[in-house]
Write a protein of this length. Structure first.
Length: 717
């Protein structure tokens, strides 16, 4: 996409954010082709049909518009928070329509003009939405060819499309463009036979590396985030927050806040806020409010949470199991029992939760940093009692989410305050609020009992997961006797988690892959077998075997029994439909316990890779983020009170930490695309833990592997 087109797109979206009439919006896009696959009742062309208010649209004009100048606009309810779909989705649409990539514009995350979407998470944008969009676009192409056939007087089978131009293959002088076919008219046509998606052998954009189209905007500071928005008469808000999740306000005195010039205190029930046209004065006013609270704290903290979970009255749910555990135990020459601990983690996105809300003419419009614009719209509808047509959510660029911005509390808060004050309200959470009120990756316990026979084959696998979720908990190895149990919160019981938990990049798979792959390494060492060979011997999954071979080749792996003193670790797993394998080299300072990751290699089988450059960036980002949860990140707490409030206390990866990173994306052009935003993070904890063992003989069972914990493990060697 050309830079001038990027600027046009950004100015277009910015105009929409500031309330441009939708008729003017579509004038900018140009008169377009509106194509329906089945008749709808009277339809407002500028918004989704009522039947599509919640659910994937069936008419593909929801996904695209072809303007009179041949420009194609791609519409998606997905949002851009750094994962790169702002580039890859247009690549997919370009190949499906057979138009040049730089002719595709994209509009994202606007609930009034984009198709409904559940939210941007789970690495679903390409593998699920992308396929839906391609299917819709293929149908649009089929209708256009049908129209061209009628206009040129030749059968569809005799036509071909190149760069948006339909040509008679037997008479190259007979041509008609998509733009000419559109003519700004509304076209209603239904195809009885739906066309197939384009074959991968014909791709021109998919599979080619493109730089991110938003790179220049973000590097130059031109990119607009929710906090950059401004409206006439806008005020800044700060909300009074309790000091603990277990606190309930009993009294409040806000007279001191009202003495700050220009400050107004707003209260509705437990919601107490200050507003001021000056952001700094709002900050000053909120600390002047004096409130008293009652507390109902549970005696648990970051040190005792694991025992607390194991003793809790839990629901025990049996998952998929195979074979017979008693019979499996009899086949084992050696058995192993381990317990793994994982802490609470914060998302620490560079942009905190932010929203700007305006109530104008009875319609609530909210610009919000959220991964779920349609979820926020429904939340506002529910909280304020508004119908769908009176709520619009627009999501500008989002400065990181990692699952944390699937929640949208700040958007609802801003909307409430806008309704109460009658003013546009900007609400930006402070970093302190972000640490306390964001949802966290849940702490959890994993217990594993496993066994091998004399040949080093795994015959027994009993896996119990407590309170941290089951994503990635499958064995992946070829084991005849397995048992899986998930222990979770009882609906009528006291809460185990004392604050909100939720998705954190590849949620729960990090925990489960850490436990599984360390346990595999324990068995490999006990068998006296090279850890790569041990895995190969016990695997049948060709995807993982291919990844292991690719990463070993890239790493230059030389077999050796652990602990070899070299500091080399291996781990593998699967997430979001993709498979990964890692190898890492570490150096351990035995006097300080400090771990330095020297290099990491990762091989990924993600099916069809739409944008290799974008996928590589995501793999590198996963590895970097994974080093944080592996070596340093941990939320400290006492009851419902979060003790970790800032980046001074929560240590995220630094550039000085970064190892040499090598990545391999397996060539799978003939396979469906899979997720690429999360898989490469899942095995970082395990690969580093296994490398530490290879270097020192010390096993670590708890994340993060801080110098203190490494020293403690070394004492046991």
């Amino acid at each position: 996409m050309k830079r001038e087109q990027i600027k046009d797109m950004d100015s277009l979206q910015t105009s929409e954010r500031h309330g441009m009439p939708r008729r003017d919006f579509f004038k900018i896009l140009g008169g377009g082709i509106i194509i329906f696959f089945r008749p709808w009742r009277a339809l407002d062309l500028n918004r989704m049909p009522a039947e599509q208010a919640r659910g994937v649209p069936k008419d593909y004009n929801a996904f695209l518009r072809i303007a009179e100048d041949g420009t194609v606009t791609c519409y998606t309810g997905k949002i851009e928070m750094g994962q790169g779909i702002i580039t890859s989705l247009p690549q997919m649409m370009a190949d499906e329509l057979n138009v040049p990539y730089d002719r595709i514009k994209i509009v994202m995350g606007d609930t009034d003009i984009c198709p409904w979407d559940q939210g941007t998470w789970g690495s679903l944008s390409t593998r699920i939405f992308g396929q839906i969009m391609r299917t819709a676009t293929a149908e649009a192409r089929g209708v256009l060819l049908d129209l061209a056939s009628a206009q040129l007087g030749v059968p569809v089978s005799q036509l071909e499309v190149k760069d948006g131009i339909v040509t008679d293959t037997k008479d190259s002088k007979k041509t008609v463009s998509y733009a000419q076919l559109a003519k700004g008219k509304r076209i209603e046509k239904f195809l009885d036979v739906k066309p197939s998606m384009e074959d991968y052998t014909k791709f021109k954009s998919i599979g080619k590396s493109y730089n991110r189209v938003d790179s220049n905007l973000k590097v130059t500071g031109e990119a607009k985030y929710s906090g950059d928005m401004k409206l006439p008469g806008m005020v800044f808000a700060r909300i009074l927050r309790p000091p603990s999740h277990a606190a309930k306000m009993t009294s409040v005195d806000y007279s001191g806040a009202e003495k700050i010039a220009g400050t107004k205190v707003v209260r509705e029930g437990d919601l107490v806020a200050v507003i001021n046209e000056n952001c700094d004065l709002a900050d000053q006013a909120i600390v002047k409010i004096k409130a008293e609270y009652s507390f109902n704290e549970v005696p648990v903290n970051d040190k005792t949470i694991y025992e607390f979970m194991l003793k809790a009255d839990s629901n025990a749910k049996a998952l998929n199991s195979t074979g017979d555990m008693d019979a499996g135990l009899k086949l084992c020459d050696k058995t192993f029992e381990s317990e793994f601990h994982d802490p609470y983690l914060a998302h620490v996105a560079i942009e905190t939760h932010t929203a700007l809300a305006q109530l104008d003419g009875g319609k609530m419009t909210v610009w919000a940093s959220t991964q779920s614009p349609f979820g926020l719209r429904e939340g506002i509808m529910r909280e304020l009692g508004l119908p769908a047509e009176e709520v619009r959510v627009i999501t500008p660029f989002v400065g990181g989410g990692f699952g944390g911005k699937g929640e949208y509390q700040q958007g609802i808060e801003a909307a409430k305050l806008a309704k109460l004050t009658g003013k546009p309200v900007m609400l930006m959470w402070t970093r302190d609020e972000e640490f306390i009120y964001d949802t966290f990756h849940p702490a959890g316990v994993i217990k594993i009992k496993s066994g091998i026979d004399k040949a080093g084959l795994i015959k027994l696998w009993e896996y119990s997961v407590y309170y941290s979720g089951t994503r990635g908990a499958d064995a992946i190895y070829d084991i005849p006797n397995t048992k899986f149990t998930h222990y979770s919160q009882k609906s009528d019981g006291p809460p185990v988690h004392q604050f909100g938990t939720g998705a954190w990049r590849a949620p729960n798979n990090n925990t489960n892959t850490f436990a599984r792959e360390v346990q595999i390494d324990i068995m490999a060492a006990a068998a006296g077998t090279d850890p790569l060979e041990f895995r190969r011997k016990n695997l049948k999954d060709e995807h993982i075997l291919d990844c292991l071979k690719a990463v070993a080749d890239k790493f230059g792996y030389v077999p050796g029994k652990a602990p070899s003193g070299r500091g080399i670790g291996i781990a593998c797993g699967a997430d979001a439909g993709a498979w990964v394998a890692h190898m890492a080299e570490v150096k351990v300072d035995k006097s300080t316990g400090k771990v330095k990751v020297v290099r990491i290699a990762c091989a990924q089988d993600m099916g069809l890779c739409v944008n290799p450059e974008g996928a590589t960036i995501q793999m590198e980002g996963c590895i970097t983020m994974g080093l944080g949860y592996t070596l340093s990140e941990e939320v400290l707490f006492e009851g419902g009170k979060i003790l970790t409030h800032s980046l001074d206390a929560y240590d995220i990866p630094k550039f000085s930490w970064l190892p040499k990173i090598d990545t391999v994306i397996l060539d799978r052009k003939d396979k469906p695309p899979q997720g690429g935003g999360e898989p490469a993070i899942i095995a970082i904890g395990a690969v580093v833990a296994n490398a530490i063992f290879d270097a020192t003989g010390a096993r670590l069972y708890r994340m993060p592997m801080t110098p203190e914990r490494v020293l403690e493990a070394l004492k046991k060697v």
